[in-house]
Design a protein around this ligand. Structure first.
Ligand code: SF4
Length: 211
């Protein structure tokens, strides 16, 4: 499937979706946004990266804030950094680098976002990109990510589901978990309150059934 320019969605929505489907809908369907200490740190990190334009070393050229899109996945966005590595035959191979605050996560949200960037670059530049890197501010560590078949399939699947979510325009109900404590939308989402409200409702329904 090829998406039209009007139907492109933000590449970052994939990361939000894998982290929490409700968070994705709140941001990309309801246009809600709230900054907390985690997103503020992340934004400052991205802004620092954004101020530079490019650097060049012997066999590496580094481009900052690179715009990108994929009509096949219906995505548009910007990569923090794309390194171009000169190969033995003299061609320059793109290598996406994404800056994140915090540390490597158990779920694949950051890896899916990076893979989506690679797919955009592949489509735009007609190349094959095998790997990229996530750089985590808290641990100051790079995590190399291989864009294997499994990660590509997951990324394509997530892109399709995010399109469906945005077209449907229905925000999923909250489910409280540990990750909510780090979520910038915690106050707006109120997952504990909703869970409690559901519990009360369930209690009343059960009580009525027993009557
Ligand atoms: S608070 Fe929890 S349930 Fe609500 S959007 Fe954030 S992660 Fe999702």
């Amino acid at each position: 499937m090829i998406y039209s320019l009007d139907d492109l969605i933000m590449l970052s929505a994939l990361q939000h979706f894998v982290y929490c489907e409700r968070q994705c809908a709140l941001i990309h369907v309801e246009q809600a946004w709230s900054e907390n200490v985690f997103t503020a740190e992340g934004r400052i990190m991205h802004e620092k990266v954004d101020t530079a334009k490019y650097e060049s070393r012997k066999n590496v050229r580094i481009e900052y804030g690179v715009p990108m899109r994929s009509l096949r996945l219906g995505l548009i966005g910007k990569a923090d950094v794309v390194e171009f590595h000169r190969t033995d035959d003299g061609t320059w191979l793109p290598f996406p680098v994404e800056y994140k605050r915090g540390k490597s996560k158990a779920d694949n949200c950051d890896r899916v976002q990076l893979c989506a960037q690679a797919i955009c670059l592949e489509e735009m530049l007609d190349v094959e990109i095998r790997e990229g890197t996530l750089f985590y501010g808290q641990t100051r560590r790079r995590e190399d990510v291989v864009f294997d078949r499994e990660l590509r399939m997951e990324t394509e699947d997530v892109a399709e589901k995010v399109h469906e979510l945005i077209v449907a325009g229905i925000t999923p109900k909250p489910e409280y978990s540990k990750k909510c404590e780090r979520c910038s939308l915690l106050e707006l989402c109120m997952p504990k309150t909703c869970v409690r409200a559901r519990s009360v409702r369930n209690y009343l329904l059960t009580a009525m059934e027993q009557e």
